[in-house]
Design a protein around this ligand. Sequence first.
Ligand code: GUN
Length: 280
Amino acid sequence: MTATIIDGKAVAAALRQDIAARVAGLGFRPGLRVVRVGEDPASGVYVRNKDKAAQQVGFDSATIALPASTTEAELLEQVARLNADPAVDGILVQLPLPPQIRADRVVAAVAPEKDVDGFHPLNAGLLASGQPGLTPCTPKGVMHLLKAAGVALPGARAVVVGRSNIVGRPMAQLLLAADCTVTIVHSRTRDLPAECRRAEILVAAVGRPEMVRGDWVAEGATVIDVGINRLPDGRLVGDVAFAEAAAHCGAITPVPGGVGPMTIACLLENTLDAALARRG
Ligand code: GUN
């Protein structure tokens, strides 16, 4: 079987264009603030890309870079200032945070209506109970890709590999909301390959390079690879052994150029949604 490559760059570009057109007609600029603490190099790249994409669609966007020595109290004060700032519609605190700061305290301090990451317990609870709220960007991007690829969701057997709060859990909730039959598998699952082989839709979000092998993939399945892993030799690979999986599946996302670009596009979408909701 020759697998279709799902082009995340193209789907993301179309979504960004649509957002830019809607922003142009608003009469105000949605405000986004990205907070970064410390010098994690990967975070630096992600934050710059988010800021640039936000400027390109016409947002009032800025990055607030704080030193690695920032205390939890100082970061909470910064978040409180952004919560109170009427020009700010979306707040994103880039993770991971330095060890002296408890990330869960910071996530819970962001005003839920400005929580464009969708990580606040209120937004997580709304998603889990099937109510509207702000939804985490990466799983939201995966749903856009499945739609763009024309994948039939109601009744489909979906398997999510990984149970993180950022991807795995919200991913499973979104697939469930779309009427899939959802299984979450993880490091303690007894027979991972066998569980994955049952999937018509397989979403890998574990952060382990090329863990999902070709013989874990059912013939004709749709494979979504959320992983972005840098190998010692510098190569960027996903959580799926791409060539092996592509020999079995019907459609697959590449790394890079699959889910990655969708995460930023969905951050922009969440920020626009938050701005419209806040400003009526
Ligand atoms: N670190 C890795 N992914 C993310 C994300 O989606 N949002 C934030 N805030 N930090 C991250």
